[in-house]
Design a binder for this molecule. Structure first.
Ligand SMILES: Nc1ncnc2c1ncn2[C@@H]1O[C@H](COP(=O)(O)OP(=O)(O)OP(=O)(O)O)[C@@H](O)[C@H]1O
Ligand SMILES: [Mg+2]
Length: 462
C-alpha cells in the first residue's frame, strides 16, 4: 500500500470534497442556464410561429413573402435562418421554405391529432447536415393545417463559453485547493512535527524530560498532556524496577558475604567437630533466609509482570485461619507467646487459597516475630456488611509513626537495630498488600511503639 503522509491524505480529502462540490455546483448552474436558454428559444419560436400563422391566414402571398424573408435571414443568433413547413391534417407536406430543399422537419403521425386539438409541440432533432434543430409545430385551426418552424441551436456559443469558463475556473479552484489543503495541513501538523522531535530526545535514561505544553487548550495540547502522564508513569515504573533490582542484589549479597566469610574463617585453621557444626548450622540458617527472599522476589516479580494467575474458588476463611494458627503455635510456644482466638465466624470469600494462606502466614509470622516473650497474639474473624474482616493483634514491639507509612514498601524493615536478631527480608508485607489488592480488599495497620500492632484485612464476601 502507498505510504501517504497525513499531510497528503488531508490535502487529498480536502481537494476531493471541494472539487466534488464544485463540479456539482457547476453542473447545476450549467443545467439551469441551459434550461433557461431553451425556454428563451422556445418562447421566441412560439412568437415566430404565431406570426407565421397570422400571415398564412391573411393571404398565401404575404405568407410566402414573409417565409422567404425569414428563411434567408442570417442574424447572429438564428445563424442558419429558419426552416418553415406547412403540413395538411394527414401530415403531407404542402409547403416548405427554400432552405429546406428536399428535407423534412420530423413529426410522427400520432402527434398530429394532439397538435390539431390545440397542443403546441416542441422537439429537438438533428437535420441531414448533422445540425441540432429546435422545432415547433402548431395548428392552424381554421384550415386544419400544421405549421412547423425549426432553428439551428447547436451553435449556442454563449453556453459553450460559459461551460469553458466554468471548467477553467473549476480546474484553477481544484489546483488551488490542493495547494491550499497542503498548506493548511502543514500548519495544522506543525505541532506534531515538534512533538516528534521532542520525543526523539527522550531516552530511557532521561525519562525526566517532558513535552512542552502550550496555553492553547487544543487536541495537540491534550495529546501532549496524555503523553506526559504516560512518561511519568514510565519513569516511576523504571525507577521502581531500578530500585527493586538494587535492593534485591544488596539483600542477596549480604547473607552470601556473611556465609563466605564464616566459611573462610572456619577453614583458616583446624577445628573440632563442634566448631564445624556451629558454622554449618549458621550457614544453613542464612541459606534458609536467602531462599525465602528469593521465593518472595519471585512472587513479586511475577505479580509486577501481571503473570500471576489467580485460581479463585469459594472458600471459608474460618478453617484456614484455624489451621495457620495451629501451625504458628509451634513457633510461638517456645517463645512463651500465646495465640488466642477471639470472635471467629464463618466467612466465605472468592479467593485463591494458596495466596490467602500466604497472606495470613506472613501476618501471623510477623506478629510472632515482633512479639516479646510471654506476649499474646489475638486473632478474630467476623462479617461486616458484605466484607470479611480479619484482625491480627499483638502486644509486641510495635512500629513508630515514622516507620508505619513505609512498612508496606519493598525491603523496608522498621527499627532495624531493635529487630536485628529477627531475620526478615522486608518483603512479607509488600506481598500481603499485593494479595489483598488482587482480591479487591484492603489492609490497614494501627501500631504504637512498645505497645503492639493491629493489622486489619477486609475482603469482599460471597
Ligand atoms: N506485627 C508487627 N509488629 C512490629 N513491627 C512489624 C510487625 N509487622 C511488621 N513489622 C515491621 O514491618 C517491617 C516489614 O515487615 P515485612 O513482613 O514486610 O518484612 P519482614 O518481616 O522484615 O521480612 P519478611 O516478611 O520478608 O521475612 C518489619 O521489618 C517490621 O519492622
Ligand atoms: Mg514479615
Amino acid at each position: 500500500m502507498t505510504a501517504w503522509t497525513i499531510r497528503t491524505k488531508l490535502a487529498l480529502w480536502y481537494t476531493s470534497i471541494f472539487g466534488g462540490m464544485l463540479i456539482l455546483f457547476g453542473l447545476l448552474i450549467y443545467f439551469a442556464f441551459s434550461y433557461a436558454n431553451n425556454e428563451r428559444i422556445d418562447v421566441g419560436l412560439k412568437e415566430e410561429a404565431d406570426g407565421i400563422a397570422h400571415y398564412a391566414q391573411i393571404s398565401m402571398d404575404s405568407f410566402k413573402e414573409y417565409v422567404g424573408h425569414i428563411s434567408d435571414e442570417r442574424d447572429e443568433e438564428w445563424a442558419a435562418g429558419k426552416y418553415v413547413a406547412i403540413l395538411d391534417r394527414a401530415g403531407n407536406l404542402q409547403f416548405r421554405s427554400g432552405n429546406l430543399t428536399d428535407a423534412h422537419l420530423p413529426l410522427q403521425g400520432h402527434q398530429i391529432n394532439e397538435i390539431l386539438s390545440g397542443k403546441t409541440y416542441f422537439k429537438t432533432a438533428k437535420n441531414s447536415m448533422g445540425r441540432l434543430l429546435r422545432i415547433i409545430t402548431i395548428p392552424m385551426k381554421d384550415t386544419q393545417q400544421l405549421i412547423q418552424i425549426g432553428i439551428v441551436v447547436n451553435k449556442d456559443s454563449t453556453l459553450n463559453i460559459f461551460l469553458l469558463i466554468l471548467t477553467a475556473l473549476g480546474c484553477f479552484a481544484i489546483i488551488g485547493s490542493w495547494f491550499g489543503g497542503r498548506f493548511m495541513a502543514k500548519k495544522a501538523l506543525k505541532p506534531i512535527g515538534r512533538m516528534i522531535k521532542e520525543l526523539q530526545k527522550i531516552e530511557t535514561e532521561h525519562l525526566r524530560k517532558r513535552l512542552t505544553l502550550h496555553p492553547a487548550k487544543d487536541e495537540i495540547n491534550e495529546l501532549s498532556e496524555v503523553i506526559n502522564e504516560m512518561l511519568s508513569r514510565l519513569e516511576n515504573s523504571f525507577n521502581q524496577t531500578r530500585q527493586f533490582t538494587a535492593d534485591a542484589s544488596h539483600e542477596l549479597r549480604t547473607p552470601i558475604a556473611i556465609m563466605k566469610a564464616g566459611i573462610e574463617v572456619t577453614l583458616s585453621k583446624e577445628r573440632d567437630i563442634h566448631g564445624y557444626q556451629q558454622v554449618l548450622a549458621s550457614t544453613l540458617e542464612d541459606l534458609r533466609r536467602l531462599s525465602k527472599i528469593i521465593e518472595n522476589l519471585f512472587i513479586l516479580a511475577k505479580a509486577d509482570a501481571g503473570r500471576y494467575e489467580l485460581h479463585t474458588e469459594r472458600m471459608n476463611l474460618y478453617p484456614v485461619i484455624m489451621e495457620i494458627a495451629e501451625q504458628l503455635k509451634l513457633i510461638a510456644e517456645p517463645k512463651n507467646i500465646v495465640v488466642s482466638m477471639e470472635k471467629m465466624e464463618d466467612a466465605f470469600i472468592e479467593g485463591d487459597a494458596l495466596l490467602i494462606r500466604m497472606l495470613l502466614l506472613n501476618l501471623i509470622d510477623n506478629a510472632v516475630k515482633y512479639s516479646h516473650p510471654k506476649g499474646i497474639i489475638r486473632l478474630s474473624l467476623c462479617k461486616d456488611n458484605g466484607w470479611a474482616k480479619i484482625a491480627i493483634l499483638d502486644n509486641g514491639i510495635g512500629v513508630s509513626q515514622e516507620d508505619i507509612t513505609h512498612i508496606f514498601d519493598r525491603f523496608y524493615r522498621a527499627n532495624k537495630a531493635r529487630t536485628a536478631d529477627h531475620t526478615g527480608g522486608g518483603l512479607g508485607l509488600s506481598i500481603c498488600q499485593w494479595i489483598v489488592k488482587s482480591h479487591r480488599g484492603t489492609i490497614t495497620v494501627k501500631s504504637e511503639l512498645c505497645k503492639g500492632s493491629i493489622f486489619t484485612i477486609t475482603l469482599p464476601t460471597c
